[in-house]
Design a protein around this ligand. Sequence first.
Ligand code: SAM
Ligand code: SF4
Length: 435
Amino acid sequence: MRAPHVFIETFGCQMNEYDTELVRSILTANCYRFTDSADTADVVLLNTCAIRENAHNKVYGHLGALKSLKEEKGLVIGVLGCMAQNLKKDLLEEHSLIDVLAGPDSYRALPELLEQAAVGQKGMAVDLSEYETYADITPKRVDGVAAWIAVMRGCDNFCTFCVVPYTRGRERSRDFAGVVREAEALAASGCKQVTLLGQNVNSYRDGAHDFADLLLAVAEVRGIERVRFISPHPKDFPEKLLEAVAGHPKICKHIHLPLQAGNDRILRLMDRTYTRAEYLALVEQIRTCCPEIVLTTDIIAGFCSETDAEFTDTETLMRQVEYHSAYVFQYSERKHTIAARQYADDVPAGVKAARVTKLIEFQRGISLKKNREMIGKTVEVLVEGEGKRSCDQWMGRTDGNIVTVFPVSSAIKPGRLASVRIIDATITTLYAESV
Ligand code: SAM
Ligand code: SF4
């Protein structure tokens, strides 16, 4: 009998990409095979994100597009991840297309759920666990130069706007030795860069080991050339961690430091636990300790009751820090969150959109200026593969995570570190020549 073929599509953050690799591993061990299109699949899985309204809308759009395929050939459709966890029964009842729901802590139940779905029984598994880290499952990765390792799951911070603690549950760290072993196995298979993942990655702890210990241990793995991490929370930045980043040549000089808002009243309403002054002091400390650091951030514009003047505080902070790049989001109310229960989502949609546009426009100018400052400099790039636009170009990233393209030469191969001189720059890309 032909093994059932699965097509899986991933929405949202790196953690979801990583979870898709876990699901691939779990299903492969249960004799499922994978295909790269819904047309050739028996099972379609959507691994979803719930962080903002538009993430939801994208998934609904994809479900609609699967309707005729389902009617034609009786496809099994599963929704995985944060949206499944957040909407649970509502999703199953409102969308007759869906056969299976599995939340982020329930992927081990998938083979059984899919088996039942194949004989016409809908099912869901959405219990959150205090312990599940999938530490014993080796993600089925696409072979390449770079890989992710989720070192912790869940989040205990309960920022008032954020659905993550409700969809991914309580914070739990993986064991230290297991993460290092996984990095060693990756290095043995040719991987050169590891990114340590967590919703709140710098609060990692396993017994006496904290996040700085883990970062340093992974950086010491033979064969690993670069270590990155995402996303840290500004509240957990001990000097030891900064010294690790500044001092170890294999730990990349890039910190993504989500700000969210530059006004103290809004930060308090968000329950971010730092003030504008404390955040700015941290930025200064980071830059003093590591002058070459590349700083990036996340911003939410139009949070509940944010006034024009309070929004301007975010703008002035961005001007002061000059991030290398920033993700700017419109606040979108999420079911279950503290903000949804306690505050009115009262900034008009047009005002939110205008604030986002203003910050994006401003940031584009700074990103271009910062990239153009790199022209003439020689930097080291980890080559990932062919450029998106042309197979005559290699694409790689600088230590600070900036995409760099340069002409293909036979002396350089993906997985190698190449010295290149920057000759041109756009907002998002550096153009270089080999040296
Ligand atoms: N753990 C990270 C931190 O503390 O900053 C962030 C993780 S979250 C998956 C990624 C980003 O989504 C957040 O930094 C925030 O800017 C944005 N975000 C989260 N909830 C949001 C909401 N309800 N509306 C708009 N943006 C949101
Ligand atoms: Fe969400 Fe805050 Fe946790 Fe980040 S730290 S995942 S924003 S609750």
